[in-house]
Design a protein around this ligand. Structure first.
Ligand code: PLP
Length: 407
């Protein structure tokens, strides 16, 4: 008899985006003339930058001739791309990361989801609440949690991110082995300072723990004092893995390319406490289960690092950051408390006592604007909504005018 992985039975069906879609569809049906503006789902809206498109085309043309055709590529990704990443994203910022510590992939969602395979089944895991659901659900699937009770899985150490701690995960009271962090954060939009990250690196070193650091939104950091990589913190290369993506940085959500940094100094331990190279484990995992990102896509990603590519993605990100600023000003004018919106495309708005679905319905019904109810990201998100800056300027301005009128 073919039996199912019963851990999947523990998963809380994520009705978030289908619930949103249903409510939006019903509203549209009852209000056929309403022009709905979507500031909900975290997807970019602007086209790929011209430098990226040109390189993408070139890559496709090379595939058309036997002399330049490419079959299976190098396991960790093409050196031309890994070298640009290492030099530009790390060495130029004083982080000692080399190209052979970089693993190119088809995105940060798979990597953040797959990475937990490398660890024992009974480690203690700390996860922020609210959170990008991938970290939690992949550990549920792997059987590291108990059942779901009162909004939470057993055997997970939740780090509450609430107004009282400025939405910053705090070091847990009990010992943990694996810590998921994401800055700039999705959904709260908060960023960690150097001192805050250094405290986590110290904790990991003292406790032989590991940090999984999701930096998918690093390109939105404009404040020069904020670290863009965890490897800007001394000692981090021994205790942290970093995930990045071209999705939000350069509009690759549908094109698919990202990378994971696993420093060679990064160590995990056997049951007897002997050190094991994490780089070796991830290399083994990826070369067994993954066959790389297509050549034209890696060429397209390389173009992000050309001078024109850099200029174009800076403009792209600036557009979204200015949108975020417009949203922040509106929310402020209306007297709502909020986090994020600076160095981040997300604004985390306090519903002033409203439940997140109530606030969602209010914005939809009165302003025809779609946001994301915070409860979908965890129990601590229930009093909040997330507003995303990923839309055209015109739509953002119009959405904010409508919200001002409606409230
Ligand atoms: C969008 C996003 C990613 C990137 O996912 P891709 O698979 O690279 O598109 C990773 N982490 C977080 C928190 C995100 O919001």
């Amino acid at each position: 008899m073919i039996r199912a992985n019963e851990n999947y039975q523990k998963l809380q069906a994520s009705y978030l985006f289908s619930d949103i879609a249903q409510r939006v569809a019903l509203f549209q049906k009852n209000n056929p003339e309403a022009q709905i503006i979507r500031l909900g789902i975290g997807d970019v809206t602007k086209a790929l930058p011209p430098a990226v498109i040109a390189a993408f085309h070139e890559g496709v043309d090379e595939m058309a001739k036997d002399t330049t055709f490419k079959g299976y590529g190098p396991e960790q990704g093409y050196a031309f791309l890994r070298e640009k990443i290492a030099a530009h994203d790390y060495q130029a910022r004083g982080a000692d990361i080399s190209s052979d510590e970089i693993f190119v992939s088809d995105g940060a969602k798979c990597d953040t989801g797959n990475f937990q395979e490398l660890f024992a089944g009974d480690i203690k895991i700390a996860i922020p609440d609210p959170v990008y659901p991938v970290y939690l659900d992949t550990n549920v699937m792997a059987g590291r949690t108990g059942v779901f009770k009162e909004g939470r899985y057993q055997n997970i150490v939740y780090m509450d991110c609430v107004k009282e701690n400025n939405f910053m995960p705090q070091i847990p009271d009990e010992p943990v082995d694996l810590i998921y962090l994401c800055f700039p954060n999705n959904p709260t939009g908060t960023c960690a300072t150097r001192a805050e990250l250094a405290a986590w690196v110290d904790y990991a070193q003292e406790n032989k723990a590991l940090i999984l650091f999701d930096a998918a939104y690093e390109a939105f950091i404009r404040d020069g004092d904020l670290p863009r990589s965890i490897y800007e913190i001394d000692g981090a290369a021994r205790v942290a893995v970093e995930f990045r993506s071209f999705s939000k940085t350069a509009g690759f959500t549908g094109t698919r390319c990202g990378f994971t940094v696993v420093p060679k100094d990064c160590t995990v331990f056997s049951g007897k406490g002997e050190p094991i190279s994490l780089h070796g484990l991830w290399h083994r995992r990826q070369s067994t289960k993954f066959n790389g990102v297509s050549y034209p896509v890696q060429k397209a990603a390389e173009a992000v690092y050309s001078p024109e590519g850099q200029k174009q993605i800076t403009e792209l990100v600036s557009l979204y950051l200015e949108n975020a600023d417009i949203i922040c000003r509106t929310v402020e004018d209306l007297g709502f408390g909020y986090a994020g919106g600076k160095n981040s495309p997300y604004i985390w708005v306090d519903g002033q006592g409203r439940d997140s679905w109530e606030f969602f319905d209010l914005l939809l019904n009165r302003a025809s604007v779609v946001c994301t109810p915070g409860g979908g990201f965890g129990r601590c998100g229930k009093p909040y909504i997330r507003i995303s800056a990923f839309n055209s300027r015109q739509n953002v301005v119009q959405a904010m005018e409508r919200i001002k009128e409606a409230l």
